[in-house]
Design a protein around this ligand. Structure first.
Ligand code: HEM
Length: 444
């Protein structure tokens, strides 16, 4: 059997005793931060019966994600165990030659130039949300903005990437995605400390999974029925229908939906929150919007003229990275900073730690969008979209989408956190505000 623990002398610093995993899961962000602050940039601890290696320095992250990528796999990581039952063998979960084939297939649809053509869909859906806010909300009443942004990014993703308008089904879909995330976010390997609670969530998850799979099948059937009509011709969906069998197609559609909307919604939610807390930044942004757009709907062509919008989002993703942890397994033994990393070892990089590391950032905990004015960052320090060849395929799409949504919302409305509303980050599959984000929306 492959050993998963190295000889004592070559184990990186960390707690001597196995970690209390229940306490760790109660506050994973405090745990990863403490590991770095107490034990340094390469740490190890024993949790869930195995030694876990954590890398808290950009060059170490780069080694695993890029320079020695051939030695690090997603197979059998906790993320894999959590995601595979729902997403099967899609682009997020596959590995090796199968992954490379899928990535080649999907890549053209996500090129920087390709995603700018979605600008009309993005702003149309955002204006529809503004309209719903206008007609539904009593003036001054707070709305669950996080929830609405998740529905918005889902509608944009399915229309833009999959060529299908979910319409009213989008709401139910949003709830099913929430139930699936709740189960996966609290995923605990055996033995389960609270089987009853898990059983409840599992039931919700199984129902949600059936529903999500039904929606994926409906999306596929509706694109097939359209038979490559003008609106959908040449889209990623049509390419995939031509190349993949039914199961692979379903996995890929679910993967793109699950990977491609909640993350962007979280980035937007945290941006709106931070702008509310930093009125001077919000004011800068409004001057930019009014000057560049003068009230008209933004297009992709406006993006280069909206740097404040873009930086507001980039800095929000630094402080609150929607994906806060990346994990891999070493295929073969490796050496990091002189320490042995045995074959089979679980190796993690946390964006939460890297993005707030005091050795690499000035005022690491402050919201300072201007730091992205001429970013000359060390490679693999800022990893909202991951790094190396497994970097997020949707990153250009996400940035175009988030910038246009933010511009469209803020040119027409002022959003303010409900007074006294508690905001704290919770690290589930994504980094979300634990209690949601209730904000009042006032037309400008
Ligand atoms: C702000 C929004 C987003 C964030 C923060 C984000 C973050 C990430 C990260 C960190 C990874 C790498 C995970 C790893 O290395 O283990 C990733 C991969 C991925 N993302 Fe995103 N993502 C976002 C938006 C999107 C969108 C819009 C899509 C699709 C439309 C998408 C689809 C994917 C896929 C398919 C992968 C797997 C790529 C591969 O392994 O080849 N993401 N994302």
């Amino acid at each position: 059997m492959t050993p998963t623990t190295a000889p004592a002398a070559t184990v990186p610093p960390g707690p001597a005793e196995p970690v209390d995993m229940a306490a760790m899961r109660a506050d994973p962000l405090a745990f990863v931060t403490r590991m770095n602050r107490e034990y340094g940039d390469l740490t190890s601890h024993v949790g869930d019966g195995e030694r876990v290696y954590m890398l808290h320095r950009p060059d170490l992250a780069r080694h695993v994600l890029k320079d020695n990528v051939a030695n690090y796999t997603k197979a059998n990581t906790p993320d894999d165990a959590m995601l595979r039952p729902l997403l099967g063998n899609g682009l997020l979960t596959s590995d090796g030659a199968e992954w490379a084939r899928q990535r080649r297939l999907c890549a053209p649809a996500f090129r920087r130039t390709a995603v700018t053509t979605f600008d009309g869909i993005i702003t149309e859906e955002t204006r529809a949300l503004l309209e719903r806010w206008r007609s539904a909300a009593e003036p001054g009443s707070a709305l669950p903005v996080e929830h609405h942004l998740t529905s918005l990014t889902l509608a944009i993703l399915t229309r833009a990437v999959l060529g299908v308008d979910l319409g009213a089904a989008g709401e139910g879909f949003g709830r099913a995605v929430d139930a699936a995330n709740l189960f996966m976010g609290h995923y605990v390997p055996d033995p389960d400390p609270d089987p009853q609670d898990t059983a409840l969530r599992r039931r919700g998850y199984v129902q949600a999974r059936s529903f999500l799979q039904l929606v994926a099948r409906t999306v596929i059937a509706s694109r097939r029925a359209a038979g490559g009509d003008a609106a959908g011709r040449g889209t990623l969906m049509d390419t995939m229908i031509g190349e993949l069998d039914d199961i692979d197609l379903r996995d890929q559609v679910l993967t793109l939906i699950m990977a491609g909307h909640e993350t962007t919604a979280k980035a937007l939610t945290w941006t709106l929150y931070l702008l509310d807390r930093h009125p001077a930044e919000a004011a800068l942004l409004r001057v930019e919007l009014d000057g560049v757009l003068a009230g008209r709907t933004p297009t992709a062509a406006d993006l280069p003229a909206l740097p404040h919008c873009r930086r507001a989002i980039e800095e929000a993703m630094r402080l609150y990275p929607p994906v806060w942890l990346i994990s891999r397994r070493a295929a073969r033994a490796d050496v990091l900073d002189g320490y042995d990393v045995p074959a089979g070892a679980l190796v993690c990089v946390s964006q939460w730690v890297l993005h707030r590391h005091p050795d690499f950032w000035e005022r690491p905990d402050d919201y300072v969008p201007a730091r992205f004015t001429a970013p000359d960052l060390p490679s693999h320090l800022y990893l909202p979209f991951g790094g190396g060849e497994r970097t997020c395929i949707g990153r250009h799409f996400a940035l175009v989408e988030a910038t246009l949504v933010l511009a469209t919302l803020l040119q027409s409305a002022d959003l303010a956190l409900e007074p006294g509303f508690p905001v704290e980050p919770e690290a589930l599959v994504t980094l979300r505000p634990k209690h949601g984000m209730r904000m009042t929306v006032t037309p400008r």
